[in-house]
Design a protein around this ligand. Sequence first.
Ligand code: FRU
Length: 896
Amino acid sequence: MKIKSVDLRHMHTTALMRRCLFMLILVLVMTACSQRKGYVIGVSQCSEDIWRDKLNDELRMGTYLFDNVELRIASANDDDQRQIAQIDSLVASGIDLLFVSPNQMNTVSEAIDRAYDRGIPVIYFDRKTNSDKYTAFIGADNYAIGRTMGHYLATQLGGKGRVVEITGLKDSSPAIERHRGFTDELKAYPGIRLVCVSHGSWTRKSGEQAMNEILSQTDDFDCVFAQNDRMVDGARDVMSRKAAGRKVTYIGVDALPMPDGGMHRVKDGTMLASYLYPTRGDLVMQLAMNILEGKPYKRENYLQSAIVTPDNVDAMLMQADEMAQQRDRLEVLHKQVDRYLVQYNHQKVFLLLSSIIIALLIVFFIYIYRTIIMKRRLAEETVNAKLQFFTNVSHEFRTPLTLIADPVDRLLADPKTSEEQRRLLQLVRKNVSMMLRLVGEILDFRKVQNGKMNVEASSFDLAAGLREWTGNFGPVAQKKHIAMNTSMPETLVVCTDRNKVERICYNLMSNAMKYTPEGGCINVSLAGGEGGSFTLAVADTGIGIPADKLPHVFDRFYQVKHGSGGTGIGLALVKSFVDLLGGTVRVNSSEGRGAEFVVSLPAAKPSAKENQAQSGPEPDRLAEEYIAADSIDAADAPNSRADIMTSPDDDGEREEILVVDDNDDMRKYIGTLLSDRYNVSYASNGREGLDKAVSEVPGLIVCDVMMPEMDGLEMCRRIKTTTATSHIPVILLTANAMDTQRADGYDCGADAYIVKPFSGKVLTARVRNLIESRRQLKNIYAQGETDEAQPESMDKHFMNEFRAKVNEHLADPELNVETLSAELGLSRVQMYRKVKALTGSTPVELIRITRLKRADKLLKAGGHTVSEVSYEVGFSSPSYFSKCYKDYFGHTPNGK
Ligand code: FRU
């Protein structure tokens, strides 16, 4: 059972640990999940060049404004097939949105459509396809660019001149739109002739090739319009090589502000103008996020821009420079933020790990702590179980010891006992006393432990007491050839609990006696100390106590292994008593060199009530004190000795007493104690006792508590709740000294509770006392109406009911005991005994008295003849009425 409870505790601890770990994991998971959901954006660039690089940089910076956006950039390097493969793999990687700049109108649209069909939003930027499957477009208006450049060129040439055009990749949307815009615009200037159009593919190299092609057809032109600045560079290279002397102006598109970009070409005059082809990665990102977050957005988004000419190039460069610086600063800031973020994340992980470690440590320490507590509790429980066992055994011992001690006392008191027998009986008595002392020690220890032990202080001469107590050990010491030396003042009056000091002294001396070998010496000393205390020391020249055992000598059941016997409780009791009296006890010892126990106690115990008159018990009667102290409590004690001695036994009839006990000897012994005054009947368990009580309705019941079949408490409860038996006084007799059990006994209605071992005198006194109390009660019940002030009880109720029934049927001459008892639900005998016990009169007498009292009232009221009255109150014959009346009132109904 115990092991089971420990296991449960262990399981509880393990469950606690499991719960902690679960909480930790939960915290980790929650921390991991607390990051906002991120977006993955796929970017499919058709080419690789500085314009694309700028766009990609801006896109990356655009992501800084949003939490948790990941860009996956792929560049096809002007290769359609490559771009198709890249789009497919971006889609397969699980992107949330696709930015795409399709290389050509028709070649890659299928892959883009596939992505769109899978529900991935598609944003075209800068270039388009011929498919309508896109979510939004963002970029410059290339048609407008073509027109702007045509207009500027025409104006610069004064409306007259020859122009050649190098287009971008033939099937790419900007190339088509720019050309359309350019040619449409030139229509307004008939003096301007577009003499040759050659197709490049947006690269410098393609610019060279286109220029070569143009030169192979004509070298008569004033201006070259290439659809981007890179191709202008290629064309100019060719021109400088092949037609160095020709004065040709160049215009392009892109106007990038980098050193080799178009803006610087305009600035240094190598190019007449360029169009600032906007990248605006920030706006592209904003559009993407609007789509992803379900915010409103426009499907077609045209970016505004401007032509860069020598007139505005400085301002444009400044602006570009300013923007570049800001971008750089932003980049630095972002990197810093990134660094802090990394640091923060490291710290978070560190914090988390630290928390986990701390939590684990806490769990670990809790586990260790609980284990220690559990072990301690287990040890405590073991000791308690031992103590409980010894307590139970002690209780069991007390009954047989009583059965020995009390008859021995009776024999010792018998003058017929011979001297020889007396000597033997004294030996028996001495050993019984010793056993009772041991038993008492265990029970006392339990009492101290349960806080039930009181301090009863009285003033006494401790020096005299100590001389007497040590003197008692004289014969033993002599026998063992042990010298006993005492050192104490002539008198030392102290105010403390004499009994407990004696017990302390007794235990220390018997301990010394036990461990001192023949020829040794025991020194007992007493001295008044400072501050109103005294010190009692018992030193021996015995075997001593090893140093490592010293701290345990006062532990319960602890015995230094010397094989000298003992219960291991004596010194523990010393410590308990010393603590109770507010003192200290210590031991000085080393192995082989004896031991000295020193007790210091307050000489006056101001808080304790001093029992002035009390003198200590005779040392040789100490064992008897054990009996007396435990067997009679205040409630059980007879009111006075006079009560016991002088109370009349009975009114002539011998009272019936039922003794219920499962112990045959105990039953017989109680019988012996009571049979000279009472008629005793017996039952050997509660059930039998109850049956006998109901059928015989005895005058008193003496009953054991612990019995098979039905225990004494239950039997008592039933007796007290059964009409026929509720009036019977019950004395519970038990080996249980626990106050709670005593309270249980009273709760069941017991009239007295006597603890075993009890003295025969106390039991007989208690029996007589209860019978006498019952007799006094009879007078109350006998006086007609029951006293209203008397507490409501079954018996009071019964008597009221009895009287009500009698009054109800008073005029009925047929009213008799049979009908009455039947109406009250009792047998004839039960009613007879109960009424007799409660009132001292028989039911018949009570009926007659009630009739006569009523008759008296009627006669006094006048107006009735004697015979009328006699019939009225149920007498069948007026002459018999007159006789009874005279017997009761002493005169006839006529007043004679
Ligand atoms: C960059 C680029 C630019 C041009 C644009 C047209 O890749 O070639 O020079 O203006 O693309 O899409």
